[in-house]
Structure formats: C-alpha cells, structure tokens
Design a protein around this ligand. Structure first.
Ligand code: SF4
Ligand code: SF4
Length: 467
C-alpha cells in the first residue's frame, strides 16, 4: 500500500485503508510479522487446523461428533442428535450466544477476530504465508504485480492460484462434511457426479467462494463485510481491552538517532507496525474499526523497541482508559464479573446439552373416548404415545403404571422396540381397579423404563365414571 498517505496521518478519517482516493482497491502488501504473539498464533493455528479438518471424522458410538445439517434440520452436537423438539435448547443457546458475544466483546474487544476467527486464521496464517513463500516479501510482490506478464510471473501467479484453489477445495469439502457428514461426502466422491449433481455444484460453488475470499476479497471481509466487525463500535467502551498504541509514551514521535540522547517520545516512526498490518491501518491513529486485533503490530513494535534499547509494549493490549492513565492491563473487578458471567453462561449451555434426554415420551388420552368397563370391576382408558428415539440405536422400552394398582396393555404388540433416530407411535390401554378411581378425572403417572431403569415419568389423566 502507499505508505506516504499514512505518513501524513490524516487519510484514515476520510476512507478505509483499502480504498484509494479515486475509490479503487488499494492492494495491501503485508510484511511478515515475527515475535512472541506470532509464535503463539502459529501454535494455535496448528491446533485449529487439526480440529477443523479432523472434527468431521470423529465419531462416538458410530455417531458424528458434530453435524450441522441446516438443510434437513438435523443437528448433532457432541454426538447427540438434536431434533425439532429440542428447539428450545437452540433458542436458549441463541440468546445465550448473543449475550455471550456482547459481554465478551465489551470486555475483550476483538480478541475473537485476532485469534480464532476462521477468516483471520486462514487468511493470515495459511494463504498469506503461501503468498510470501511463492511471491516473496511485500517489495517483491509489488514488483511482480506491477511487472510485465513474463514466464516468471505466469509461473508464480499460476502456482499461487493453483495452491489457493486447492486449499479452498479442501475447505469447501470440510465445510460440506460438517453439513452432510463425512460418510455422505465420501459416497458423493465415489459415486458418479450425475447422481449427486446438486451437491457437486454446491461443492464447486463453495470452492469458488472461499477462493474468491482468500485470493481477492481478503481483509475487506473484516473491514467492510463482517457484521460482527461492524458492530464493534457499539460494544466497545473506554475499558474494553484492545490492541492499543501508548500515545502518552510514544508521542511526539521521531526517528531514532543513536548518537543523540532521546528527548522526544518512544515511537521511532519506523512504520513497522503499519507494514505488518493486514488491514493496512496505522494503529497510532487510535482505535479503529478496521483493526482485527491480530497483534502483528505488537510484535513488530516490540522488535523495534528491543533493537533500539527501549522498553517493549509501546503497542500492547490495553484499554483506552488504561493508556490515558498510564496503567497496565489488569484483571479488574469488572473483567472478573463479566468473565464469571460468561463462564456461567457456558456452564448453563453445557448442562442443557448434557442433560438432554435421549428418549422423549409424550402420552395423550385417545380423543373422543370415555372409559370402558371391564370384568372384575376394572376400568380402562385408551392412550396414544409418541416416543422419540434421539439415538442412533434401537431401544427396547417398557411402560409401567406408577403409584397405582393397574397395568399398561399395549395394542398390537407385546413389547416396544423404538427404532433409531425416529418418532415411534404406540397405542395402549391403562387398566385399573375401579376402587383406585376417586374422581371423574384422576391424575396418573406412567414410568418409561429402558433395560429395567426408569428414564422418564410422564403424567397423564384417567377418565372414570361420575362419583
Ligand atoms: S492495527 Fe495491529 S492489531 Fe490491528 S489489525 Fe493492524 S496489525 Fe493487527
Ligand atoms: S512500530 Fe512502534 S516505533 Fe515503529 S512506528 Fe510503529 S509504534 Fe512507532
């Protein structure tokens, strides 16, 4: 990018760094950062990629660990199938997620963007590295882009875009395996394309989408398209943790001269923080929406500070108030309280998912039916049961009357065998002794047993004669 513009430090108020004065794209040539935070990000990236590409292959009891089939409304989280009947968990999870994201952002700013957002991880830690590897440093990239189309340029550009496309294809495959499951994806790959044309076209469309994003759109996703990024402004306050430039210490800035005693601020105006910035901003202009908190400028500045023998941390994690008051970032009671709330939210969500029942039984008295009188002073009512088996195995089940003398008599079968991943319907009589019935409409309970162990108690009513 044209650093001269930033040198005068005023254009950032008029337009985003990726747009020229004439409204054209300002292509960024980003310098590779080195340092402590970049090393942490490298480690995190390895872990992240293992999880991202490995997760679709993980199965527990033959069930995918995670499947998010939005098209067919089938969701599997932690190897538990979630049905439309579990929608309340999703509703609570959605509300909790919104609260979580808001609280998290108020306290920790764009920590998510810099460290775990897939866009940042893939763009900065995969595609950008490939670009450096093939096309060289920013100066070499600029030379190549501005140079004529000779054999070298064709080879470098061809190789880069082929690798980009291949990785985008891998990402698209993985993305679809989160939706349809890895088994189905393998089946699609093995069988003729004509049998899975729609999915194949989806795969190609997603490949081109990811390729387009990482090869061309790039940082514009973060600076312009991402709604989370756009909402930062309303979630930040002066105590939010940010990647911030310590203007109190850094200004007035000026070049370093080892022969002279330094009487100005610590910023040596080396521009390294700008050169490494993937969104092309100058963090010294203050907090900006375009900053994804990737920490590259922190590493770059620390490196320069170390080189000239000044204290590191001129650009660091801090809050606006912290910088103004000259304080280091600390775990304040406010951060503690918000973090505790975030942990509670996570625990509630985990408990909701963990305690969700695998078998869900609903019993209703058959509509339009009264009681039937049977020999030996017995009465019966007819019931319908809808039993959802949310697991991937057949389950033998037993229904027993609880707290009252009587029996459950299935109609048309002697035993209940719930089919896997399906809604099972059963019809049965509840037969009780007339002396048990003290009112016209009595409450009763039916125990649902799996292998002799009670897994649910369902309440219903029993209709008797007027007493
Ligand atoms: S200003 Fe620093 S933290 Fe923000 S995006 Fe640029 S390099 Fe990353
Ligand atoms: S890297 Fe540090 S010293 Fe260099 S210009 Fe940026 S803030 Fe100033």
């Amino acid at each position: 990018m044209d650093l001269d513009e930033l040198e005068h430090g005023s254009t950032y108020r008029d337009r985003v760094s990726t747009v020229t004065e004439k409204g054209a794209r300002n292509w960024l040539y980003v310098l590779k950062p080195h340092g402590r935070y970049y090393n942490y990000r490298n480690i995190l990236t390895v872990f992240y990629l293992i999880v991202f590409f490995g997760m679709p292959f993980i199965k527990v009891n033959g069930m995918p660990f995670m499947l998010l089939n939005v098209l067919e409304g089938k969701f599997i989280l932690f190897s538990k199938i979630f049905w439309p009947q579990d929608f309340y968990i999703f509703a609570i999870a959605m509300i909790a997620s919104i609260v979580f994201v808001t609280l998290f952002t108020v306290v920790y700013g764009r920590l998510f963007c810099g460290w775990v957002c897939p866009q940042t991880i893939f763009m900065e830690m995969i595609f950008r590295k490939i670009e450096w590897w093939i096309e060289g440093n920013p100066a070499e990239q600029k030379l190549l882009n501005n140079g004529p189309w000779n054999g070298k340029k064709v080879a470098k550009k061809g190789l880069k875009h082929a690798v980009f496309f291949f990785i985008s294809f891998l990402i698209a495959n993985t993305f679809l395996s989160y939706i349809f499951g890895v088994d189905r994806l393998i089946q699609i790959i093995r069988e003729p394309i004509s049998e899975h044309l729609a999915l194949f076209l989806g795969l190609i469309a997603f490949t081109f989408m990811f390729y387009g994003v990482f090869a061309f759109v790039r940082e514009i996703v973060c600076t312009t398209i991402c709604p989370y990024g756009r909402l930062q402004g309303v979630m930040f306050d002066k105590d939010t943790m940010l990647v911030a430039y310590d203007y109190k210490r850094g200004e007035p800035r000026g070049k370093f001269n080892k022969k002279q005693e330094r009487t100005i601020g610590d910023c040596i105006d080396c521009h390294q923080c700008v050169n490494v910035c993937p969104t092309g901003i100058d963090i010294r202009n203050g907090t900006q929406l375009d900053c994804v908190n990737c920490t590259a400028c922190m590493d770059a500045c620390d490196y320069m500070m170390e080189k000239v023998g000044l204290e590191k941390g001129l650009i660091r994690y801090a809050s606006e108030n912290g910088i103004a008051e000259g304080k280091k970032l600390s775990f304040t009671p406010r951060i503690k309280a918000y973090t505790a709330l975030l942990v509670i939210l996570l625990l509630v969500l985990t408990a909701l998912i963990a305690t969700r029942k695998s078998v869900d039984t609903h019993i209703t008295r058959a509509g339009g039916q009264l009681y039937q009188e049977l020999p030996d002073n017995k009465l019966s009512n007819l019931y319908n049961a809808k039993i959802i088996n949310k697991t991937n195995r057949n389950i033998p089940l037993e229904l027993k009357l609880e707290g009252m003398e009587g029996e459950v008599k299935l109609i048309g079968t002697h035993s209940l065998e719930l089919k896997k991943e399906s809604v099972n319907v059963a019809t049965f009589f509840i037969i009780v002794d007339q002396k048990e019935i003290k009112e016209r409409k009595s409450e009763l309970k039916v125990g649902v047993y799996q292998n002799g162990e009670k897994i649910q108690t369902v309440k219903t009513t029993f209709l008797g004669p007027f007493i």
